[in-house]
Design a protein around this ligand. Sequence first.
Ligand SMILES: C[S@@+](CC[C@H](N)C(=O)[O-])C[C@H]1O[C@@H](n2cnc3c(N)ncnc32)[C@H](O)[C@@H]1O
Length: 248
Amino acid sequence: MPSAKPSSEKPQFYGRRLGRKLRPKQQQLLEWGVGRFGITAAALASASADSLLDPRDFFASPPESIALEIGFGGGEHLAALAAQYPQRGFIGVEVFVNGVASLCRHIEAQNLSNIRIWGDDVRLLLPFLVPAAFDEVFLLFPDPWPKARHARRRILEPPMLDVLMQKLRVGGELLVASDDATAQSWALAACWREARLEWLARQAADWRLPPRDFPGTRYMAKAEKAGRRVAWLRFRRCDGGRDGGRDV
Ligand SMILES: C[S@@+](CC[C@H](N)C(=O)[O-])C[C@H]1O[C@@H](n2cnc3c(N)ncnc32)[C@H](O)[C@@H]1O
């Protein structure tokens, strides 16, 4: 049985769980959205080592592909993709309650039915899912955890990266975007060392420009306004024939 730690031992993450108190309408949307589209702890409790959960089963009819967005913030990117690709399924993960409420507002406003929400730490969800669960993973402007002593809390730290590799199918893609120079080089080095990932950049424009038709995120807008350069790091999951990783 995969183990999620009891709440008193939950892994730490960067940032806050709750911001400004939700207005009644936001609270109502949050309850509606999580009630209707939320992945429940009870669903995870029903999983066992021999019967892990397939995110395709979270949807009424199996989607063409499944994408995971880790730390979706206000959910604008996730909602825009879900609206653009109704045949695909999207799993959004966010610990910040106000962000989850914001995604619920987008879902309601755009009448979306192809998003499922995990409103907690991604590290508590992934162990319960089948291998190769995802065709795509988005990690957009992850918290940088700049201090060296906090490095193990970064999402792409080896234990988490290893879990992520198990859940991303071979041929699937990981997109990491960051406007923080330390986080950029750290993420690139971490993914470069990972033998199961191939960096897809062939020329400078490949990491300097967002993917075509990229819907944008709140942090992307902040970075652009402040004149910070964003790195767009795209990787493909390969079968990683080599032992260990590469030398950097
Ligand atoms: C810097 S914000 C970026 C938000 C959004 N992706 C954007 O580009 O606007 C990072 C987000 O990741 C969320 N986050 C951090 N660690 C997380 C974790 N372990 N599981 C789920 N969400 C997490 C934070 O709550 C925060 O909303």
